[in-house]
Each structure stands twice: as C-alpha cells, then as structure tokens.
Design a protein around this ligand. Structure first.
Ligand SMILES: [Zn+2]
Length: 261
C-alpha cells in the first residue's frame, strides 16, 4: 500500500507533467463502484481551471491553485496518478478518474482495488484538518515526536502508523524504521527511553528522505535494509537473526528475532 514516499513519487509526476495547462474536462471511468469519486458539480468546478501547484501531506496528494479548487487524491491500496499523452497511448486500465488538459496531455487516476478516493476540495489545509490527520511525518519536530509517539500507551508500531498522530507511515515503512532502530514492533511506545525514541526520529527522517530520493524504487535501496528481506524465515541482512512475521496492531509485522528488542 502506498505510503509517504510512494505518494511523493506520484506528486512529482503531476508537478512535472500537469501544471499550468488548462483543464478542458474531468470525467469518471467505467467501473467506479466501491470508490469515492467527485460528483458532477465537483467535476464541473475543474473545467477551465489550471493546476499551478501541488502539495503532499502524509499519503494524500493535492493539485490545485492559490484560489482553488484542488483535487485531493488518496491512492488506497494500489492507486497511481499517471500523466500521459493521448496521441501516444490510451488511458490505462482501471482508470477511475481522468483529467483532459488542453492539447494531448491527460492525467489518469488508476486504481484496480478499493480504498482509494478522489475529492475536489477548496484547500489542502481545510481538508487535512477535516480528516484529522496529524503533521506530515517529514514535517514533525523532534520534540513533538518524542511527546506524541513516545507518549503512546500502545505498541510502537501502532503509534507510528496512527495517521492522526503523524501522517504518512504505514505497514512497510514502520517495519523498516523499527528494524533500523532495533526495536521490536510490539514494544509499548511509552516504555521506550527518550534516547531510543530520538534515534527512531532520526532513522525515520533518514529512511523516508532516502526512499523519496530514489522515487520509491526499492531496487535502489541498500541491501542492509529490511525491505529486500520481508519474508518469514529470511536471514536478517544485519545480524545472525531470522526475520519473523507476526501480527502487531492488526497488521503483518516483519522483524528480526535477534537485534530488534
Ligand atoms: Zn537482525
């Protein structure tokens, strides 16, 4: 499921290929059951406008302009924002939402599975507040991280994935952060020392920044990371331990049975 770095890679594609072009029409795809998409009035608001800027908050991607409106996109489990040119190819399969810009440029929201959505909103700030998301994981201060995450009376993995505490981290990158800090995912967050939580904050920033730098292309990440060994029984890429899969905070956690304590 896409998290902060994957959403950032999608935002970049939109920023590079879809800004400052007049929108002629926004339409919905064919099979649009089980997914929240804009109604006719919202679609109509986009016609004649341009996107002049993009924004990302956690896993949410926005494109719009100073005076609005904006599209707000959640990628769900498998969604992607794909710019393309209509004279070079057709819209991808599973396109649920399509923007036709002047000329041949198009922007498709492709989403083969459920849970994703597209909304037309007045401003990113209002929408983020309405949903109740915490600060973006790359914008949160060290002090807030120590208080909010370190003060949680549940598992540390659950705290890292709680979008109302900090936005953008899900199953994959919470596992990677805990692996690199050396903390078992089922530890109670408030039992961890201030030093450990501070180290985790630094690791979180370093990991998310690195994945953003490689546009979430996992083949470009170091072999010493967990991401290439996320399999029950795999050899730990850091120590003599074994990667074990378990259920933590309702999700499948992968962690080393030796160096994560
Ligand atoms: Zn290990």
């Amino acid at each position: 499921m896409p998290e902060l770095p994957e959403a950032e890679a999608n935002r970049r594609r939109v920023a590079e290929q879809c800004l400052n072009r007049t929108i002629e029409e926004a339409t919905l795809g064919k099979d649009i059951s089980y997914i929240e998409l804009p109604g006719d009035n919202e679609l109509g608001r986009l016609a004649g406008r341009q996107f002049t800027q993009t924004h990302r908050h956690g896993k949410l991607i926005f494109a719009g302009s100073q005076t609005g409106p904006w599209i707000c996109v959640h990628l769900g489990m498998t969604g992607k924002l794909l710019p393309f040119d209509a004279d070079e190819r057709d819209a991808p399969d599973y396109t649920k939402f399509l923007i036709r810009f002047e000329g041949t440029r198009r922007l498709a929201y492709r989403c083969p599975r459920k849970l994703g959505w597209v909304r037309v909103v007045d401003s990113p700030g209002e929408e983020i507040e309405r949903i109740g998301f915490g600060p973006d994981a790359l914008d949160m201060s060290r002090e807030d991280f120590l208080n909010v995450i370190g003060g949680t009376n549940g598992t540390i993995k659950g705290a890292l994935m709680a979008q109302h505490k900090l936005a953008g981290i899900g199953n994959l990158w919470s596992d990677e952060i805990l692996f690199q800090t050396g903390v078992a995912p089922d530890r109670t967050a408030s039992d961890l020392s201030g030093k450990t939580i501070g180290d985790m904050y630094a690791d979180m920033r370093r990991i998310l920044t690195r994945v953003c730098e490689v546009n979430a292309d996992y083949d470009d990440l170091p072999r010493s990371w967990l991401i290439g060994s996320r399999e029950d029984g795999a050899k730990c890429p850091r120590c003599d331990g074994t990667i074990r899969k378990s259920k933590v905070a309702g999700r499948s956690a992968h962690a080393c049975d030796r160096h994560q304590t």
